[in-house]
Design a protein around this ligand. Structure first.
Ligand code: PA5
Length: 426
């Protein structure tokens, strides 16, 4: 289970402290399915449902995808792509596509950039590949256009009949343009459940099929997630989801309008992107909401470190860490000690990383930035599942604490209306 450390935030809470009664009430609304948007709370049962439903077929399809070539193109945007990318980068590494023997997984359909399309085509070269198109609504512009490209590439290489066996569609079970298209063409289909919104869908086929194709043990992810949601049902201030939600809301009430999610593993970068969507889209509405931002330490200590230490005191910082590293690497000894660092020789980089974390935490707290610690034992399937369940649960509780519906996103329609008007004029 995730551990939350509020020791670095205590001195910044107001006299009342975290509002446990409000967290309890928000949890009651969520679990009792009585809060706003309750018809989109199916994510709470996704692990059990998928284990007794599509999971075996997902694993079989992923094995097939791995046999059919060396690469998978995942076409989707927002909640239909960020979770899978976050999982694959966290568990296989940010450079997984360059590692020998890895099944490559690329993402498209999240931009309208011709340069990005041409770059991907160049990277694919003459590799054998499959396509997983993911869209719950089936009508989102970016993946719809991206899929046209991916399908044309497949058909050019394998012909229409060959392409059919290489397209996997993840969409609504009964309706939508992609659903009808896939059914008509006879592509293998997977479901985005009706009662699960895009940003809460990573533990459905949306996330699990690309993850399995990348070689992640999705059965381990699902069973860990099932245990995690059960543990997070605890009704007490000991619940880490309550601790995180109530702490950030207390700090927000005092004018801390920006939360920075910091990680010390480069492979965490897309977990932070997933988290930003989860919290930004769930909480930022009705004129309120904490702005979710992210930094990657140590790299960003040399860029954003100045602002965090010395800029406007409107920040709070949440630091995600892993208690142990997956591997070790000893700091080398250097003859002549050119930079005076031989006192570190023989220590592991993980020790230096831990020292940096402690030092940064103390510096930022003394600079007036509250620090919330979030940790899991390791960067593995269980750790990933724990982080997903924790952040989803805390997000819903936190949003309910402010009185907003965590599960809608009325604000994203405004740009779409304008964009389609502009497109019609092309
Ligand atoms: O969380 C959400 O609802 C959004 O980010 C959607 O996932 C995103 O807009 C993609 O939608 P769709 O899956 O319908 O193409």
């Amino acid at each position: 289970m995730v551990k939350v450390d509020l020791s670095g935030a205590q001195e910044f809470f107001d006299a009342a402290g975290p509002d446990w009664a409000a967290a309890a009430e928000a949890h009651r609304l969520l679990d009792g399915r009585t809060g706003a948007g309750h018809e989109f709370t199916g994510w709470l049962e996704l692990p059990q449902r998928i284990a007794s439903g599509e999971l075996k077929r997902i694993v079989a399809a992923a094995n097939n995808i791995r046999k059919q070539g060396t690469a998978l193109l995942v076409v989707g945007t927002g909640g239909s792509y960020l979770g899978a990318r976050a999982a694959i980068e966290l568990l296989r590494g940010g450079n997984h596509n360059q590692l020998p023997g890895e099944h490559q997984v690329y993402f498209m359909g999240n931009s309208l950039s011709p340069d990005a399309i041409n770059e991907l085509i160049a990277i694919l070269g003459d590799q054998d590949f499959c396509v997983n198109v993911i869209s719950k609504s089936g009508g989102t512009l970016e993946p719809a256009l991206g899929f046209r490209v991916a399908k044309a590439l497949l058909e050019a290489k394998y012909g229409r009949a060959g392409a059919k066996k290489r397209i996997y569609a993840t969409t609504d079970a009964n309706k939508g343009k992609l659903h009808d298209y896939a059914l008509g063409e006879g592509w293998e289909m997977f479901v985005v459940p009706d009662d699960v919104g895009g940003r809460f869908s990573v533990l459905s086929a949306v996330g699990l099929l690309p993850m399995a194709a990348a070689g992640i043990d999705v059965e381990a992810v699902v069973s860990a997630a099932e245990r995690e949601f059960q543990a997070l049902n605890l009704r007490s201030p000991e619940n880490p989801a309550w601790q995180y939600a109530a702490a950030r809301q207390n700090l927000y009430r005092q004018g801390r309008g920006i939360e920075i999610l910091a990680g010390y593993e480069p492979s965490f970068r897309f977990m932070a992107e997933w988290w930003k969507q989860l919290y930004g889209e769930s909480e930022g509405k009705n004129g309120i909401g904490i702005y979710p931002a992210s930094v990657e330490f140590n790299a960003d200590l040399h860029s954003m470190g100045q602002y965090i230490q010395d800029g406007p005191r409107t920040l709070m910082e949440t630091v995600v860490s892993f208690e142990r590293s997956n591997s070790g690497y000893k700091i080398p000894f250097e003859m002549g000690d050119p930079e005076g660092l031989n006192y570190l020789a023989g220590h592991d980089f993980a020790e230096a990383q831990r020292a940096a974390m402690n030092a940064v935490k103390a510096a930022h707290i003394s600079g007036g930035v509250p620090n919330i610690g979030v940790s899991v034992p390791a960067r593995d399937e269980e750790g990933f599942a724990a982080l997903v369940c924790f952040f989803e649960m805390a997000c819903a509780i936190s949003a309910y604490m402010t009185g907003v519906n965590p599960f809608d996103q009325p604000g994203v329609e405004a740009y779409k209306k304008n964009m389609f008007k502009q497109l019609a004029e092309l």
